[in-house]
Design a protein around this ligand. Structure first.
Ligand code: NI
Length: 141
């Protein structure tokens, strides 16, 4: 028998409703099992990002709600600390509330993941997706 801990979490109703719709579609027997899977995915993603090493080129895609406090300024401030690895930033106004930034990066993977983590941790940021390639065309480990 696996050790189990019971936790209690607060979620916005809309987020929980969306989650419940997806787990119904996917046929989960319980919400707990779906949340366990989601946490496993989160851990795998984190480990993947943190195992990156060496020279990489890629993009960090960020979607955020620009009405959320000072998120726009915060994201700009963070990017100004990484001018060594940021090649260009593309800003798209997606709809009334949301903006997308596509940050083109090239440089040390350690710095790329540090930047990705800082952007992800900002309040108002809804999605962050990092895609990286090896500049020389070799398949990353
Ligand atoms: Ni915008």
């Amino acid at each position: 028998m696996v050790d189990m801990d019971r936790i209690s979490i607060s979620l916005p109703t809309k987020l929980l409703n969306e989650f419940d719709e997806i787990i119904a579609e996917r046929g989960y027997a319980s919400r707990s099992e779906a949340i366990r899977d989601a946490i496993r995915d989160y851990i795998i993603k984190h480990k993947w990002i943190h195992s990156l090493e060496g020279e990489r080129a890629g993009t960090i895609n960020v979607i955020y709600d620009h009405h959320m406090s000072d998120v726009t300024e915060k994201l700009t401030e963070i990017q100004h600390d990484y001018t060594d690895i940021i090649v260009a930033t593309l800003h798209v106004h997606l709809d009334h509330d949301h903006c997308m930034e596509v940050i083109l990066v090239r440089g040390d993977a350690k710095q790329i993941k540090e930047l990705t983590d800082k952007l992800t941790a900002q309040k108002g940021v809804k999605q962050v997706k990092l895609t990286v390639m090896v500049p020389g065309g070799k398949v990353p480990q």
